[in-house]
Ligand binder design. Sequence first.
Ligand code: GDP
Length: 433
Amino acid sequence: FPVVAVVGRPNVGKSTIFNRIAGDRISIVEDTPGITRDRIYTRAEWLTNEFRLIDTGGIDMGDEPFMSQIVQQAEIAIDEADVIVFMVSAREGLTEADERVAKMLYRSKKPVVLAANKVDNIEQRSEIYEFYALGFGDPYPISGAHGTGLGDLLDQVVANFPDVEAPEEDDAVRFSFIGRPNVGKSSLVNAMLGEERVIVSDISGTTRDAIDTRFTSEDGDEFVMVDTAGIRKRGKVYESTEKYSVMRAMRAIDDSNVVLVVLNAEEGIREQDKHVAGYAHEAGRAVIIVVNKWDTLEKDNHTMTDFENQIRQEFQYLSYAPIVFVSALTKQRLNKLPALIKQVNDNHRKRIQSATLNEVISDALALNPTSTVNGKRLRVYYATQVAIQPPTFVVFVNNPEFMHFSYERFLENQIRKSFDFTGTPIHLIKRAR
Ligand code: GDP
């Protein structure tokens, strides 16, 4: 998907516009307990065009001086985006900081659409002319407060999207390693491709900083490894800002069917690991938890079980994800990964016949017939699978509100007991019939 970044000095209204464009998208995302929602990167669409939106203003630069924050944010936008929305404020007029950003954007040669915000009424329209001096053509007058002007602005953004051919449909499984800095993502990428039995057939840098490596495993299965981590950028912003690495992770998640969440055995589980994992879960991808640097621990009979329990405790929403303990350094268990990735990918795309599914549902009902909410009793009539990636089931009932949360869990568990859904979330949708 094309990536659009919103840049501009602080207080021009970037976040307001970001939220307006992202709109309902953000509010409908399910909330996973324990995950801080940050809104720096989101899916958005205009007309039939789906794209990704980055609010560089949301990237926390710590105590950097004012101007250097603006510069760094513009750099990120230039690196990441296909189209840049450069935002200025008609109320405050042209400032030195605007001109500084303009120079950088100009040199970048990326398509830039100039948005003059805070044009809240017709009279203020005349205040946008001074922005022609920035050299990006017509400024688009918009109002974050009223939401006006966004249509024309987005038309212009979409008109600047690069032409990309649709990726070839093939059977290769797309996967990526994600995780906070230093857990060993790049080392895992290199170690896996360095395995003797892996045949690398093609490496291609795509337009936006991801490297796709196609390879065939020992079992003859085809994979595409999406590597956004391996690309090291200049400047410490890339290393140090958490939100930036989360953004990278979200990009990789978008591009993959299977996401390998990498933890560092040496350092244990950190808050940032949970953010990254939460995004993978919410995106509905197949997930494997990879504990890297397993070579660094002194181990006894309990070490693995203890670590596993801790993961289950901290990542309750990922209870479906298998855990593998590996070392990029010694290559311990790396040879297990391709088959596991293949398995969870198959599960992620699995279809269950309605007849078979309904047998499982009737058995479940026989085992545990009652769910009541406030004394109202649930009736379950029928279930059917409506989607894959992830497997999504609609359950027809007398009234969705009568299904207690714990009963939903119970049904999910019964389905999981009957079919192998290791590594994939499954979604249950309740419908009244
Ligand atoms: P990334 O930021 O997640 O891509 O992490 P890197 O792959 O750059 O690794 C960070 C550091 O951890 C480097 O110094 C690696 O050599 C080291 N490292 C990576 N994997 C392992 C491992 O399995 N065992 C040990 N002992 N060190 C590792």
